[in-house]
Ligand binder design. Structure first.
Ligand SMILES: *Cc1c(COP(=O)(O)O)cnc(C)c1O
Length: 341
């Protein structure tokens, strides 16, 4: 049987044998009592990397985002984010249901929002208006095709938020993909954002896990919300060990995924059945087929060749490159693309 080349998402990565060994050998304790040294090591490691005071290990990126929103808002407030932000589109209405806040959506360009649009979305102090209390950016942007913010863009947004006294949250589910290509480092982000959510299960091989970073005070509040949401875990060091292993060994491999994406993107652009593509900056390719029928047929053709890809609309497909996609897989995919016509 052929192995399946799974390009549906970078969440499909599985632990390597070495990662599994690290997990089996983890020293654990009850993390709700703060006694799991592997969880503590992961939290400290990431906090140091981003020059933040503290970290909090959670089961998912959805939970770290939702906690970040809850500890920085009051019910009735407004959260500014892109119209295609994960926190708005893909978290089950969580910000409304968990925190009682509403989203103030900004039309985005490749998932990114602009300083002047944020500025006009900040409500004046007036009893008629919701209180604007948080701005969320996504970096890289999932629906934006893996786009990333430049240093200049972030500095501008940061200065504006400072002017309005507004905290910034970063949905950094793919922050390491951004750091692999952007003109800033982790500490730059840590010094601009009040909270950052980092995922360990995207591209990096860890089975689950996300860490919320922030000040000691915010993370103390976050711990209570995590418990309330049912995310307080006991001997969680076994899975935190996978996250630690991922940071030490797999983050450095991300540029390979980016090269794979660039190679396939260039090839797709030469095909007559491909009509357009979002700019490919990291590990994601979102491309448009000439029509819905062609999109269906191409997806089906790939599937019969053991290659899986998701549709993001009737005419658009998405390829996501990650740890478990090898250069042999990429050659096989390239061959397959050439054969479709
Ligand atoms: C995947 C993802 C998350 C978190 O998803 P979980 O599956 O809950 O870990 C958050 N933000 C973005 C942009 C994502 O792509």
């Amino acid at each position: 049987m052929n192995t399946i080349i799974d390009l549906r998402s970078d969440t499909v990565t599985k632990p390597t044998p070495e990662m599994l060994t690290a997990m089996m050998e983890a020293k654990v304790g009850d993390d709700v009592y703060g006694e799991d040294e592997t969880v503590l090591a992961l939290e400290h490691n990431l906090a140091n990397m981003f020059d933040m005071e503290a970290g909090l290990f959670c089961p998912s990126g959805t939970m770290t985002n939702q906690i970040a929103i809850q500890i920085q808002t009051q019910p009735g407030d407004e959260v500014i984010c892109a119209d295609n932000a994960h926190i708005f589109k893909y978290e089950g209405g969580g910000m409304a249901s968990n925190s009682g806040v509403q989203a103030r959506l900004i039309p985005s360009v490749y998932g990114k929002i602009k300083t002047q649009d944020i500025d006009s979305a900040v409500n004046a102090v007036d009893v008629h208006f919701p209180r604007t209390s948080l701005v969320c950016l996504e970096n890289t942007s999932n629906r934006g095709g893996g786009s990333f913010y430049t240093k200049e863009e972030l500095l501008e947004i940061y200065q504006l938020c400072n002017k309005h006294n507004l905290p910034l949250h970063l949905d950094g589910a793919r922050v390491f993909n951004a750091l692999a290509v952007a003109d800033y480092d982790a500490t730059f982000l840590g010094n601009k954002f009040k909270t950052i959510s980092v995922c360990l299960s995207k591209s990096l091989g860890a089975p689950v896990g996300s860490v919320l970073l922030g000040s000691n005070e915010l993370i103390q509040q976050a711990k209570r919300v995590r418990k309330r949401m049912g995310g307080g875990m006991r001997q969680a060091g076994y899975i935190a060990a996978a996250g630690l292993y991922a940071i030490q060994h797999h983050v450095q491999l991300l540029p390979t995924d980016h090269q794979h994406a660039a190679f396939i993107a260039q090839m797709l652009q030469q095909q007559s059945f491909v009509e357009g593509m979002l700019p490919v900056k990291t590990n994601i390719i979102i491309f448009k087929l000439t029509n819905a029928d062609v999109a269906d047929k191409f997806q089906q053709f790939l599937k019969t060749n053991h290659i899986l890809a998701n549709k993001v609309s009737a005419t658009e497909l998405r390829f996501v490159f990650h740890l478990n996609i090898t250069s042999d897989h990429v050659s096989e995919l390239a061959e397959c693309i050439k054969r479709f016509n």
